[in-house]
Write a protein that binds this ligand. Structure first.
Ligand code: SOE
Length: 394
């Protein structure tokens, strides 16, 4: 892989004043969400000039159609040639997890800033290689970030502010549950998300990763110990060639212990019938508590335990004021925003970090930390180390 002689000259430079050329790899669900963010971000936020240059995908006809629809100037099928183009400065990886490491490392070595969807990789080993490549690139002014987009939900960004200001006192425990039901139906077909070799894991990597990232992001603490259980309820599903084995978990449970003497529980399920995309988080501290549900993402529940007890009780903050994170850029107060806006905020923060030459967050290092937790939960689940048999009283 060729490395620019002096990357500060050939990587997107704040000095050159040229618009940053962006390429996105992947045009399915996440590719669409990211494309929408690139398309809209400059209409609402002051970001450095950029151009939506190329959308990359394997099917030439489908990717050409997607590129035209989502506002990309061109489409391409070979990501390797795209990352080596001089007019491309940012690579946004929206491809499935099994492709993350190879593309991200190649792009960083080619001097391109990289945004990659979560989880960082399919394995801990890949995540470590990616993080090492990011550190090397960072020393040359090349930035990288992982797309834990829920950090950019204004209500969760506000929750983090309140916690860091001490409004909850010492946080003792957190409950997080990320619940979906798109696999409740045993006839729901196979997809890449249900094969270990393409997805790494199931509900664990796909959605518990968000919950684990949130627990660490909101509280500023790091998970030190984890135990867990994984379960695949539907072990075969209809594929193109008949029934196929499902090789990832449908649901995951974990108990975590964090720095700061804090405990947390995480549940993640894609078979939680009736729950569509609900990430519920409850945070309990010595001076107060917070509650959040992604299905009502403009709201934050807050209990201030410093008030006289007769006045206490959870109150609902409608997180939709100009003084709330990100919201001044959108609509007049009370005009709520949605899921897709979190990706726009993500692109905004990434572009500003590139402009300022600061490390965007969450970094690959932060993504690696989540990956370590996922690996510990998997290890614990495969040892069944937490499952102590329940005995009848004799
Ligand atoms: C799929 O279940 C999924 O799209 C995740 O991959 C996303 O990260 C989450 O935001 C919604 O659910």
């Amino acid at each position: 892989m060729s490395t620019p002689a002096h990357p500060s000259e050939s990587t997107p430079s704040r000095r050159s004043g040229r618009p940053l050329g962006v390429a996105a790899i992947g045009y399915a669900f996440m590719g669409k969400a990211h494309s929408n963010a690139w398309r809209n971000v400059a209409s609402f936020f002051d970001v450095p000039a950029f151009e939506q240059k190329v959308l990359v995908g394997r099917d030439a006809t489908a990717v050409a159609e997607a590129a035209a629809r989502y506002g990309w100037a061109e489409s391409a099928t070979d990501w390797r040639s795209v990352i080596n183009r001089d007019d491309i400065h940012i690579i946004d990886i929206c491809a499935p997890g099994w492709m993350h490491a190879e593309i991200a490392i190649a792009a960083l070595e080619a001097g391109k800033h990289v945004l990659v969807e979560k989880p960082l990789a399919n394995t801990l080993a890949e995540a470590e290689l990616m993080t090492a490549a990011a550190a090397k690139a960072r020393a040359r002014g090349v930035q990288s970030m992982i797309g834990f987009n829920y950090r950019r939900v204004p209500a969760l960004a506000l929750a983090r502010e309140l916690i860091s200001e001490g409004r909850l006192g010492t946080v003792r425990h957190v409950r997080a549950a990320y619940l979906q039901d798109w696999l409740s139906d045993a006839q729901a077909p196979m997809t890449w998300r249900l094969r270990k070799e393409t997805a790494g894991s199931g509900a664990l990597g796909d959605i518990a990763s968000h919950a684990i990232d949130q627990i660490q992001f909101l509280t500023g603490q790091a998970v030190m110990e984890a135990s867990g259980t994984l379960k695949t309820f539907v072990t075969q599903r209809p594929g193109d060639q008949g029934m196929e084995n499902v090789t990832v978990d449908d649901a995951a449970w974990a108990t975590l212990w964090l720095t700061g003497d804090m405990g947390a529980s995480v549940e993640a399920s894609r078979v939680a019938t009736g729950q569509k995309n609900s990430m519920q988080i409850e945070i309990y501290g010595t001076k107060g508590s917070l509650t959040f549900d992604l299905e009502n993402l403009n709201e934050l529940g807050f209990l201030d335990a410093t008030l006289p007890s007769r006045e206490q009780g959870f109150r609902r903050i409608l997180v939709n004021e100009p003084e709330h994170p990100y919201l001044a850029a959108w609509w007049p107060q009370g005009h709520i925003i949605g899921w897709e806006h979190t990706f726009t905020h993500q692109v905004r923060d990434f572009l500003l970090a590139i402009k300022d030459g600061t490390q965007p967050s969450p970094s690959f290092e932060e993504g690696l930390q989540v990956q370590r937790v996922l690996a510990s939960v998997e290890e614990s689940a495969s040892n069944r180390s937490v499952l102590t048999p329940v005995h009848a009283k004799s």
